[in-house]
Design a protein around this ligand. Structure first.
Ligand SMILES: C[S@@+](CC[C@H](N)C(=O)[O-])C[C@H]1O[C@@H](n2cnc3c(N)ncnc32)[C@H](O)[C@@H]1O
Length: 185
């Protein structure tokens, strides 16, 4: 599906994220780093930070994106999101695919994600629709948990992929922050 060889589901999510040149993007739970490759190509001289709690996966993502890592355009962290040293960075987009923590209460990960967004930023949560109920259940739980942190669903999309369909939910702050300061009232 992708000219760069990403799996169809991750190429689909990359399309929903629609990262633009120069943007700063965080991927949570990057696994082997396939989406990282897509995102890095899209942001050009922007930046991608990828986090995975599995040291093995983080190492695989680093290997896969070695040239971009060496060039300083991609940084891969082996840590749970809650413990990752993100150096106070803010992101134009946060992406996560098949990371159950984002729809499993109480999901403190959403506190981190909501606090990392730059003004105008968005979050894209992708997931594999593994059973009949997931297409409704996962977005509803994402909307509820993210909603508790001031984010609202702004778009949904899905695509037929194998072995499971893939769906994505885009979220943005309900009240956009002005200049990166406190939420406006
Ligand atoms: C099902 S895999 C999906 C990997 C990749 N996103 C994909 O779609 O191919 C979930 C990944 O998220 C990572 N992960 C789960 N919870 C995490 C958290 N709280 N912080 C960082 N990584 C996490 C896991 O280690 C695993 O590599």
């Amino acid at each position: 599906m992708s000219a760069r060889g990403a799996s169809a589901r991750l190429a689909f999510v990359a399309g929903v994220v629609a990262a633009a040149p120069g943007e700063r993007v965080l991927e949570v739970g990057c696994g082997a780093g396939v989406l990282v490759t897509e995102l890095a190509a899209a942001v050009g001289d922007g930046r991608v930070v990828a986090v995975d709690r599995s040291a093995r996966m983080a190492a695989a993502a680093t290997r896969r994106n070695r040239a971009a890592v060496d060039a300083g355009r991609v940084r891969v962290l082996a840590a749970p999101l809650l413990e990752a040293d993100l150096r106070g960075e803010r992101f134009d987009a946060v992406a996560a695919v098949d990371v159950r923590a984002l729809w499993t209460p109480p999901s403190p990960e959403w506190d981190v994600v909501a606090g990392l967004l730059a003004p105008g930023g968005r979050v894209v949560v992708g997931f594999s629709v593994m059973d009949d109920g997931a297409a409704g259940r996962v977005p509803a739980e994402v909307a509820r948990l993210a909603g508790e942190r001031g984010l609202v669903v702004t778009a949904t999309a899905d695509v037929s992929t194998v072995p499971f369909p893939t769906a994505a939910v885009e979220l943005r702050p309900a009240r956009p922050r002005v200049g990166g300061g406190a939420p406006t009232t």
